[in-house]
Design a protein around this ligand. Structure first.
Ligand code: MD3
Ligand code: FE
Length: 195
């Protein structure tokens, strides 16, 4: 849903992301099982997240607390799921906040760490990107490339919930944004843990 978040809502989310990212939780570059390091930096609410599992403690041992998942964010997610899918019940309890600088990418993957098949709600802020929406069988074609822009809402329910997806690149801004994010892209996804 293009432009689902108005400029004020975008600015408020950016401010919240800055608080989550700069407080005791902070943004981290997750280490991949193959030894690589993700170019995207992430902070998680509700749980800590490692690729690819949720945890109550971080093994870099800096003692960061699990950040609370705020009620207002669940309310926003419920409105989003309602507008996109017509559902009235939606109780997300995990948020993954991803920050992309201009060189960051996310490889094709499925989101299978949650013990629930409830939809994933995604908000995009800042720089546009190419979002690659694949299939449920494997990480290869067929896929559809979609540009996501600041303010866009995307809800992935039903069979799409377990589709492979990724972000092959971010794009330069087409117009200046007055949302308090001078560069880069933020994506916030809301999930139901099922834990
Ligand atoms: C489709 N994030 O955090 S958001 C992720 O833009 C992730 O940061 C990307 O993939 C980003 O796991 C894409 C859109 C998204 C999120 C979850 C999905 C698409 C999805 C789960 C299932 C299918
Ligand atoms: Fe994902």
């Amino acid at each position: 849903m293009p432009d689902w978040l108005d400029e004020n809502a975008q600015r408020e989310l950016v401010t919240a992301c800055r608080d989550w990212a700069s407080g005791p939780g902070r943004l981290r570059s997750a280490r991949l099982p193959n030894g690589g390091v993700m170019s995207v930096r992430t902070v998680c609410l509700g749980w800590h997240w490692y690729p690819y599992r949720y945890s109550r403690h971080l093994d870099d041992g800096d003692g960061s607390p699990v950040l609370p998942f705020p009620g207002w964010l669940a309310d926003l997610g419920r409105r989003a799921a309602g507008d996109a899918l017509g559902v009235t019940r939606y109780e997300p309890d995990i948020a993954l906040v991803n920050f992309y600088d201009e060189d960051a990418r996310m490889g094709m993957h499925q989101d299978k760490d949650e013990a629930s098949d409830e939809p994933v709600v995604s908000f995009s802020l800042g720089d546009p990107c190419v979002f690659r929406f694949g299939n449920t069988e494997h990480r290869n074609r067929p896929w559809t490339d979609v540009d996501l822009r600041s303010g866009d809402l995307f809800v992935f329910g039903g069979p799409s919930r377990f589709a492979y997806h990724g972000v092959p690149k971010t794009l330069p801004r087409e117009e200046p944004l007055e949302i308090g994010l001078p560069e880069g892209r933020l994506n916030i996804t809301l999930r139901v843990s099922g834990f």
